[in-house]
Design a protein. Structure first.
Length: 410
């Protein structure tokens, strides 16, 4: 196989025109779009407009005149179309961690008498920490029960209030079967919460079809909303108005501008909003989401599977005998849009790769992690990234001292 074959694939890629809508630095391949998505070309102009016109000139009247107040729900309704949710089921607000706290608390209130939150021991740490913090706050024998992935079904029982999972494993890229696990949770009388941080914008999700109860996810990964972009939260319409999430912020009140002394929860998804939204950040996120809405989700998934498939095959062919072993499921149906390889010196190898313009990341203890955002990663990028990896390994370039120093963020 030669580079030209990959260039030919790019020429017939139906998503190729969307790549031009991103500002991609020359000589850099962003294989970390699963952590921080690339910058849409339209974002800077949009944010400048919001700053100069809406904020600078129209000042506080913009809450009405430019519908700032409606942005959390407007952008939420757009994200809903990417994750199989209906209008009015998703809102953009706060962060993924905070939103998880809200929906976890709701599920515990909806299942009084049940004291266990069940999760995968390999779940993303913030999810586990938020659950741990909530169980400690509540006391009364609430527990977080962590089990290996293959034991999840057996861990569900009469004491289980909620099954809390991240659909794509952040280390390995392994994909949970959302519909089957949600059904298992329901069969046990429990609810299901899904963290879609590594799913939304990369593959089709059908929250309503899977009968999921609640979901949350990040705006800065495949949604390309920018660093620290606000997060989204989904609550199935059938659960609206049942238990209120416990962070009683004024913008989740039924009538915030009554300024009443007591809290009265809004009836719809807006009850999940706590604070005044960050309008600049929401505007940036909306640009990223609007781009995704121009792509077909099944086309995104097909391209993502082709990219990860080609990457695995090329690494195994071109880097054979260089100390790499695949940590991601081989079956493309069982993985998200990332591929991880274990290597004894993965930290230094990744630093050397980044120095060559191939940006992936390192995940302790030994993983090289590569994300493939199908909106802007080309087939030829797969070829070039693997050639760079082969060079770093074959020449032992990673042994240079500057690649050994650990930075604060890995
Ligand atoms: C699965 C998952 N959940 C949550 C987060 C982060 O949450 P927050 O935006 O609150 O920092 C991440 C970040 O990488 C993640 O991968």
């Amino acid at each position: 196989v030669q580079r030209e074959a990959f260039e030919a694939l790019d020429r017939s890629d139906p998503l190729a025109p969307l790549r031009d809508k991103f500002l991609l630095p020359p000589g850099v391949i962003n294989l970390d779009g699963n952590s921080l998505g690339s910058l849409p070309r339209s974002t800077a102009a949009r944010v400048s407009r919001v700053i100069e016109k809406e904020w600078g000139e129209d000042l506080i009247t913009s809450w009405n005149r430019h519908d700032w107040i409606g942005m959390p729900q407007r952008v939420g309704d757009k994200i809903a179309r990417l994750i199989g949710a209906g209008a009015g089921e998703v809102v953009v607000t706060e962060s993924t961690s905070i939103n998880l706290f809200k929906v976890l608390a709701v599920t515990l209130k909806m299942r009084p008498g049940r004291r266990a939150i069940v999760s995968d021991a390999e779940n993303f740490p913030t999810d586990l920490y938020m659950a741990e913090g909530l169980t400690k706050l509540l006391g009364q024998d609430y527990i977080l029960r962590l089990v290996p992935t293959h034991d999840l079904r057996h861990a569900l029982g009469a004491d289980t209030a909620v099954l809390m999972l991240t659909q794509v494993n952040f280390r390995t890229g392994a994909l949970h079967d959302m519909a089957a696990l949600t059904a298992a949770a329901h069969a046990a009388g429990a609810l299901a919460i899904w963290d879609l941080s590594h799913t939304a914008g990369a593959l089709p999700v059908d929250l309503d079809g899977a009968q999921a109860d609640f979901a949350i996810g990040c705006g800065y990964k495949y949604l390309n909303g920018g660093p620290g972009a606000p997060a989204f939260v989904y609550a199935a319409a059938r659960h609206h108005g049942q238990a209120a999430q416990p962070l009683y912020g004024w913008l989740g009140h039924d009538a915030p501008f009554e300024f009443a002394t007591g809290y009265r929860p809004a009836t719809g998804i807006r009850q999940y909003v706590v604070s005044t939204p960050s309008i600049l950040a929401l505007a940036a996120l909306e640009e990223g989401v609007d781009l995704l809405l121009q792509a077909g989700l099944s086309e995104l998934r097909a391209k993502s599977q082709a990219l990860t498939e080609a990457f695995i095959a090329l690494v195994e062919a071109r880097c054979a005998g260089l100390g790499l072993s695949l940590a991601t499921p081989r079956d493309p149906a069982r993985r998200g849009s990332q591929v991880s390889f274990a290597h004894e010196h993965s930290y230094a190898v990744m630093q050397a790769l980044i120095a060559r313009g191939v940006i992936g990341d390192f995940r302790a203890p030994d993983l090289l992690r590569f994300g493939f955002s199908p909106l802007y990663i080309r087939n030829v990028d797969v070829w070039d990234a693997v050639e760079a990896l082969r060079d770093v390994l074959a020449t032992s370039a990673w042994q240079r001292p500057e690649f050994q120093m650990r930075a604060a963020v890995t």
